[in-house]
Write a protein that binds this ligand. Structure first.
Ligand code: SF4
Length: 498
């Protein structure tokens, strides 16, 4: 069954001509991939983050590490505790640390301050490692992060890991994901703990003699997602060496090279790492997705088939049978209310496709999906997953999103905190699938939480009583003309809708 949606509304395309190529409707036999991974159009007010932000979200969940941001205070504060990731042990990672560079440091250099900060933090907190993130300013003044971290490592006896994540290095924060993986590959995975660091807080070392030991890459334990997956994997008889990086410790990741298989959950952030580990350590990889019954079942079966273990395959079959029955029974009332409802998804690259099947299992239809920082391979995956007629949007700004919602009138928007009030003000139910949610959505039990939360949002009686606020027909913005200057071409396009 193909979803029937109108063509891309012309007034949205006309708002900004140069944005037209960033939207497309999926059709069989056509390219159906929007332009992406390009600098945002000037004046469009993008919602994107920076390269430093991309690196920070990948590494931040490492629980027993200090994450030190070398730069002015703002870079650290705007990403503090941003991930919504949970820990079963150490909570050190949730603290915010910054070198708080001031004017004097910009003029004379911040290396001395950085070295002193690392030494002081190591004395106070005795972390298992200190990740040091470069920000824009550090790149501009030329502080030698690697040299200072090397020196600090010798003085402290701790792992001090530079992350060369200057915010300006790319228009796309995806580079930050890659730079975070580079830091893990170069300074952590496959390395021994420092000899003179006797106080490293380690979890029990895993049984590497186990026939079935694996890592999960790109799982960040947001709202406890990993804790919903872990019992399933244990039940089928696999041991987990390291999760990169949700609820992980430094030493678990350091020994990730000993696993026999890499599961890749968020391919956007971790496919690069999986490819590198395959090349460096000969660890094969399989793509998994634990959102929804169908995807969770096929992921478990893919693991069992990889290990080619008849007993494991049999166990997986039993789990799928039992869990599917339980879930089917439990979600029946939700499905009854949600069936036929329309969804718009505007999230990070991975979720733009990994949630599609889960919504379909609830009888819902995804009309629109998109991401802020998608790469061509992300959109290829989206294209493979969505049905014909789905609108795919890259790097939408708030105005475009408001107009798309006004035109398509979905019953639910799934997005992050930035889009929450836009959605609610337009009387469209909203579900956070980013960092601020509080329920785990992964695995069979997580799918029940997901169904409950979606139903609670969509079926709330509040929508019958709230007035609808429509998006303005034309953007209400100050124009260059109105302040006495010749308007730029792009601004004219926005204002006149030409
Ligand atoms: S690294 Fe650069 S772009 Fe990113 S928050 Fe800091 S100053 Fe802004």
């Amino acid at each position: 069954m193909n979803i029937k949606v109108p063509e891309i509304p012309s007034e949205i395309i006309k708002t900004l001509k140069s944005r037209k190529k960033h939207m497309c409707v999926k059709k069989d036999g056509t390219n159906s991939i929007p332009s992406c991974n390009e600098a945002s159009v000037p004046g469009m007010v993008t919602q994107r983050s920076c390269v430093y932000g991309g690196a920070r979200v990948v590494l931040m969940p490492i629980t027993d590490a200090i994450h030190l941001v070398h730069g002015p205070l703002g870079c650290a504060s705007c990403t503090w505790d941003i991930r919504g990731t949970r820990s079963s042990g150490c909570e050190l990672y949730r603290n915010g640390f910054s070198t708080d560079l001031q004017e004097r440091d910009i003029v004379f250099g911040g290396e001395k301050k950085l070295l002193e900060t690392i030494i002081e933090l190591n004395q106070i907190f005795e972390p298992a490692a200190i990740f040091v993130y470069a920000t824009c300013v550090v790149g501009l003044i030329g502080d030698d992060l690697k040299r200072v971290c090397g020196e600090a490592g010798k003085i402290t006896g701790s792992r001090v890991i530079p992350v060369q994540s200057e915010g300006f290095r790319s228009v796309n924060k995806s580079l930050g994901h890659q730079l975070a993986c580079d830091a893990l590959l170069e300074y952590l995975i496959g390395t021994e703990p420092p000899q003179n660091k006797g106080n490293v807080n380690r979890k029990e070392v895993k049984d590497h003699n186990s026939d079935h030991c694996l890592n999960i890459l790109g799982e960040f334990n947001v709202a406890g997602d990993f804790w919903a997956i872990k019992p399933l994997l244990e039940k089928i008889g696999v041991s987990i060496q390291a999760v990169v990086t949700g609820d992980s410790t430094v030493e678990e990741i350091a020994q990730a090279n000993l696993a026999q298989l890499n599961l890749v959950q968020c391919q956007k952030s971790s496919r690069y790492l999986a490819d590198a580990m395959e090349e460096l350590y000969n660890i094969p990889q399989i793509r998994v997705n634990f959102f929804g019954v169908e995807e969770t079942s096929s992921s478990l079966m893919a693991i069992a088939k990889f290990f080619n273990d008849p007993q494991m395959i049999e166990t997986v079959e039993k789990i799928i049978e039992t869990e599917t029955e339980t879930v089917e029974e439990s979600i029946a009332p939700y499905r009854q209310r949600l069936s036929g409802k329309k969804v718009a998804v505007y999230v990070g690259g991975n979720k733009a496709w990994s949630l599609i099947r889960a919504f379909e299992e609830l009888g819902m239809e995804v009309l629109l999906t998109g991401t802020q920082n998608g790469l061509p391979e992300d959109y290829q995956r989206i294209k493979e997953t969505v049905r014909d007629g789905t609108l795919v949007v890259d790097d939408a700004n708030a105005m475009e999103l408001a107009r798309l919602l006004g035109k398509y009138k979905p019953d639910l928007l799934v997005s992050g905190a930035k889009e929450k009030y836009l959605s609610l003000k337009m009387r469209i139910a909203f579900c956070d699938f980013n960092h601020d949610r509080i329920s785990a959505f992964a695995g069979f039990k997580g799918f029940l939480n997901f169904a409950r939360e979606v139903d609670r949002a969509v079926s709330s009686p509040v929508w019958n009583h709230s007035p609808q606020i429509k998006p303005p027909a034309k953007p209400d913005i100050l124009t260059a003309k109105s302040i006495g200057k010749k308007p730029r071409k792009e601004v004219t396009e926005i204002v006149q809708g030409s």
